[in-house]
Design a protein around this ligand. Structure first.
Ligand SMILES: [Zn+2]
Length: 335
């Protein structure tokens, strides 16, 4: 089941319901690959418009490009910043405990990371640390801003993540700069601290960190919050409303990973890398998607065929830009 709306305490920018938000998010989607850099300054007109609607004033944040959802679990609040379509609808999660905030992931683009930093400052608590879930650029590209604005916050990642970011980061930023110009970081921000698997307490909140290989990415962190019954799965699980990124070509093992997540009992709220939190059924829908994508990949000789067939197989899903991006990775010619 989906988490009940009562858990979502408030939208910081507007008193939007989850369904309202999803409609707005759908309306804001643009294809990733085709987006010109001149579109970089686009505000989200529908969100801005909605924030001025009757009954939604007061908590509005005029001009904010992203959206923020706050989910409360007893003394712990999870603030989810969701970037607009230009930033690939990627989340930064801010887990607010009694005395501090732990930030997970740092956005693709600098302006969105800047909005994260400004928002988290309003919470009035120090940043304990920043944790990177995996080495895909949409999750670390904006870390430059967060580390500049919070110089005391150390950046953590699983053993191996720093090497991946260091190795692939410069080329990824150069590529993104052709589309997004100066919205892209000027330097690669590499985690300096290792996060180890297993349970640990940070600011009184218990996290059980798990390491998964060969899923949506080569190496991925997940975090269980057993007291809150929250699974932070990041990009291992995708929204039932969106396409998934399949470019890492780990179809079979990703399904194995998803089956292991499914075996975790009692975690009814799943926090994901893109889009708003989902229920357990999203694990099944992600499995269905990955299996179908594998079949289509096996039957497609080129990127165009893969893209067209996958979009045709899931005509109702948003984020079609992920399909094009995945195809470009799956069928990349060596260079
Ligand atoms: Zn992602």
């Amino acid at each position: 089941m989906l988490p009940s709306n009562s858990r979502f305490q408030r939208w910081s920018q507007a008193a939007l319901s989850r369904s309202q938000f999803l409609r707005l998010a759908a309306g804001a989607l643009l294809p990733f690959a085709a987006l010109p850099s001149s579109a970089a300054a686009i505000k989200n007109p529908k969100l801005a418009q909605n924030s001025g609607a009757p009954g939604t004033k007061g908590a509005a944040a005029p001009g904010r490009m992203g959206a923020i959802l706050v989910s409360q679990f007893g003394p712990v609040k999870i603030h989810s910043y969701l970037s607009p379509a230009e930033g690939l609808h990627v989340n930064t999660q801010m887990v607010e405990g009694p005395n501090a905030v732990v930030i997970f992931d740092g956005q693709l683009l600098l302006p969105h990371a800047d909005e994260v930093a400004s928002y988290v400052q309003t919470l009035g608590k120090p940043i304990d640390r920043i944790i990177l879930s995996h080495a895909h650029t949409d999750h670390w590209g904006g870390l430059q801003v967060l580390t500049e604005r919070f110089p005391d916050a150390r950046v953590f990642g699983l053993d191996g993540i720093a090497d991946q970011v260091r190795a692939g980061g410069p080329a990824r930023l150069d590529g993104l700069r052709r589309t997004y110009g100066d919205k892209v970081a000027t330097k690669v921000t590499v985690p300096t601290e290792r996060i180890t698997e297993g349970p640990q307490r940070i600011d009184g909140v218990t996290y059980d960190f798990k390491r998964f290989v060969d899923g949506e990415s080569d190496l991925q962190l997940a975090a269980l919050l057993p007291d809150q019954k929250v699974l932070m799965a990041f990009d291992l699980v995708f929204s039932p409303n969106q396409h998934a990124f399949t470019g890492a070509n780990h179809f079979d093992h990703w399904v194995v990973v998803l089956e292991s997540l499914k075996a975790l009992q009692g975690y009814d709220t799943i926090i994901i890398g893109h889009d708003t939190p989902v229920g357990r059924s999203a694990i099944d829908s992600t499995i269905t998607y990955v299996k179908r994508a594998k079949e289509i990949h096996a039957a497609s000789a080129d990127a165009k065929t893969y893209s067209e067939k996958l979009k045709a197989a899931f005509p109702d899903l948003q984020q079609a830009g992920f399909v094009n991006l995945s195809a470009s990775y799956l069928y990349a010619t060596p260079h």
